[in-house]
Structures are given as C-alpha cells and as structure tokens.
Design a protein around this ligand. Sequence first.
Ligand code: GMT
Length: 375
Amino acid sequence: MKIGIVCYPTFGGSGVVATELGKALASNGHEIHFITYSQPARLDFFSENLYYHEVAVAQYPLFDFSPYESALASKLVDVVRFEQLDLLHVHYAIPHASVAYLAKQILATYGIHIPVVTTLHGTDITLVGKDKSFNPVVTFSINHSDGVTAVSENLREQTLESFEITRDVRVIPNFIDFSRFHNKNREHFKRAIAPENERIIIHTSNFRKVKNTQDVIRIFQKVNDVIPSKLLMVGDGPERRNTEELARQLEVSQNVRFLGKQDAIEEILSVSDLFLMPSSSESFGLAALEAMACHVPVVSSDTGGLPELNINGVSGFLSNIGDIDDMAKNAIHILEDCDRLQVFKDAAFARAKEFDLSKILPLYESYYEEVVEGM
Ligand code: GMT
C-alpha cells in the first residue's frame, strides 16, 4: 500500500510509534510518506520506500498564530493526489484527525476517496481532548474517521466515556523493535556510573507534569537510604528544573545524573536495574516497554494502560498514583536480592516479548485492509 503518515515529529511517544510503524511498514514493502513540519526524530537515514514531505507554514504579520492546520491540509491534498496514496494514518487526534477530514473532503471534489485512520495516543483524549475548547472537534473527527485505533483497552474505554462516540475503536497496543531494544553488554559504562557496583535506577520522559518526576526523586531517596544506588534521569522538559531543585534539597544530587535527551536510550537501559514510572496518567507507557525489552523491571503507578503492560508482582509492581512509600518499598524488594532481581529482569523481558513488532505490525496491516475494503 501507499500510506501517508501524519504525526508530531518530536521525541514524544506518539511520534516515536508513528515513525517506527512507518519504518516497519516500509521494510515490509509498503511505500510510506511522512507528512509533518519537520523530519521525525528517528527518521534520519535513507530507505527506498520512505519519503518525507515537509509542511511549510507561510508567515504573515496578520497571523498571531500560524495557520498550521490549513498548511497541513493543503499538503495532504497535494501529496495524496500526486503520490496516489491509498490511505492516510494520522497519529494524535489534535489537530491531525480534523485536518485529515478536511483534506478528505477537498480530495472528494477531485473524485479521490481516501480512507483516514486515526490513532489515539493518550493525552489527545485524557488531558487535552477533554477540554471544552477541543471536545466538539475531537468527537466529530473521531466519528468521521474511517478507522480509529487506541493504544490500550483503557484508552479505548476512556474515549467512549469522555466523548459521544458512535463508531468502533480498535485496540492496537504500542510495540517494540527488538533488533534495536535488547540488552547490550556495556560493562564499562556501568562501571563509570556505578563504580562501587551500586544499583542503577532509571527514569526517561519528557518531564511534563503528568510524569511526576519529583516523585521519582522522592522514591529514589527512600531506596538509596537502604540500597546504595544511582539514578539516571533521561530526557528534558518543563519540570526538569524543579526536579533538579528537589534532588538538591533532599541531598541526593550526588547520586542523581540528569542526562538530557539521549538518542541511544537502549544503551543506557542496558546498564539499568529498575525503571520508575510514577505518572499520574499514561495511556500505554512506551518508555516502560522499552525498559522491559532491555530486561529492566518496572515500578509504576496503577493508572491508564499501565496494568495492561506491567504485570503486578511479575514484571514489576503497580502502586496508587503518588504512593511514594509503596513504590519505594516495591523497588527495594526487587533490588535487595540478586536472585530476585534476576527473576524480575527475566519476567520483564518475557512480558515485553508479547509486544514484539512482528506481532503488532500485522494488526495494523490487516486493519488497513479492513478499512479500505469497508470504503
Ligand atoms: O507521554 C507523553 O507525554 C507523550 C505522549 C505522546 O502522545 O506523544 O505519549 C502518549 O503516547 C504514547 C505512545 O502511544 C504512550 O505510550 C504514552 O503512554 C502516552 N502518554 C500519556 O498518556 C501521558
């Protein structure tokens, strides 16, 4: 098939899923056209089946807000017509689903009828989409997509509860590419971070409020009181400053390293013993899956789609949002005994295997076929 993919081209989970999906579809023989305002972060190489079309937004003194939606809709019309695409797959409902709807209506005037699949990723439903200022547009564009997927059963349920949805929503979870994410031997790196063989705890995120990065520091302080350990904080975002401040206040900063945005995250995960994800909302938790694929167990909050990924007492533990004491207790339980740690590491890896790209990719492919046939 010839598929157009629209996404946020940043480090965020939805952009990562969209880019990795496009790459996998391309290597399965599909022709993939990414249509975004800048080159997706993980699309930095040449492949014969991959194309990238940049959306340029005209600047004009009248515009307090650049009309990105209009520029994207026009670009979609142009690319669909001239590349003769079979399907558009848009990731993150706002504004991509309504823009795709507009493009579809314009294309119909040229006699072109293109199906649109929308994938809901989480905050487009749970935080942003619920806002009154977006709700009617989100509801309309979900109901008028030809296919809609959600990345977890929980997100599907939340979508049906929060909006007046008149159509079916298919669950297709996040996936992991084991050719990239697997445990790599990086002993030299481990020794550099933990010279006294301390346990290595890791958190990766975009440091938004929803990630509760300050809870990561509080949990770490309690664990470090009992088990000598180091904490790696990977990523960057609005809460980083407050989080660093808290690490100083709690006098743990000598054992905490803020590494900023990192490309080779699998290398850092490979030296880690435990992943912390105390988010207050998480539709799936792709970062936790990446950790599990590298044999890292997960201590997380019991929210959103996380219980569909992290099996309590097996691949890690689940606690109530904000229950720092319980998360610290669970982390200590995993880390205090070498044999037990190994059992959790193996179980985390086994669980991640259930989300192997080779299992999830055919779900998207057959869904595309279903949607095209239903047109
Ligand atoms: O987690 C973020 O803040 C980024 C966000 C996004 O939309 O880019 O991630 C969401 O989509 C990911 C991929 O489907 C999910 O794995 C994340 O759980 C989800 N984040 C939230 O629901 C907070």
